[in-house]
Design a protein around this ligand. Sequence first.
Ligand code: GLN
Length: 289
Amino acid sequence: MTLNLVQAWKGARARLEEAGVPGPVIDARLLVEAAAEATRVDIVTDPYRELTPAQEARLEEFVTRRTRREPVSHILGRKGFWKIMLRVTPDVLTPRPDTETVVEYVLRDFPEHAPWTVLDLGVGSGAILLAILAERPAARGLGVDISEEALAVARDNAASLGLANRVALLRADWSAGLEASSFDLVVSNPPYIASEVIGTLDPEVRDHEPRLALEGGADGLDHYRLLAPEILRVLKPGGRFAVEIGYDQKTQVEALFRDAGAVFVETIRDLGDRDRVVVGEKRALERAD
Ligand code: GLN
């Protein structure tokens, strides 16, 4: 039987619902749009357009994968974040709306036309770094990751967004080897899930996203212990940082940064009103006069 767009959407939705997939309405629409090379508008304005046999076969494959709880971002190979579209693979964390809180903070406080520098520790797909650089045309950035596969994805994304000339990507263990007092801004979304919690996450995350990008040791805070003093080391005096945290980690992570010498430390909430981003500053140099 040949399916039209609206039948395809309904059928996909029913199968996702039956399989207990959360958010079946939106996911079905995204999968139909991609499989049928249709836009959101087409489904409304041209609902009786028929799918080709190849498009139907592709939709069948997409829906089957989704019923096995593969994330939509992996099936489509892309995910929107802030104002950019990113290529996404199983080697990187899929960008999440919560993380846009980091971008929002930076864009509020860093000038549009000044040539400042930003370091993204654990750059992954490049989401944070590239979203910032896309809106700050005079800024330059360095993205560091331990994963060569992740860096390849970030490199691709930088190129397709036309940002490759302002981004350097480096394989390193966090900030090891970087010079002190080098950056105006450091951002990071480090792995912060406690090891024993990983098994309780949604299957999309637990079974499909890189553990390397999620796991933060016994209490989830291992990486902040290392990063707090390191971020303070590589920041220029007066430079700022913004790091994502788990919703219940504010007190501990703020303390780690204060102990490392940071000033004006505070936590920003995400759109869901959960504590999400710890920000602060490296003390500026005293003026001699
Ligand atoms: N927020 C992510 C999740 O809960 C975790 C991201 C991270 O560890 N940095 O799936």
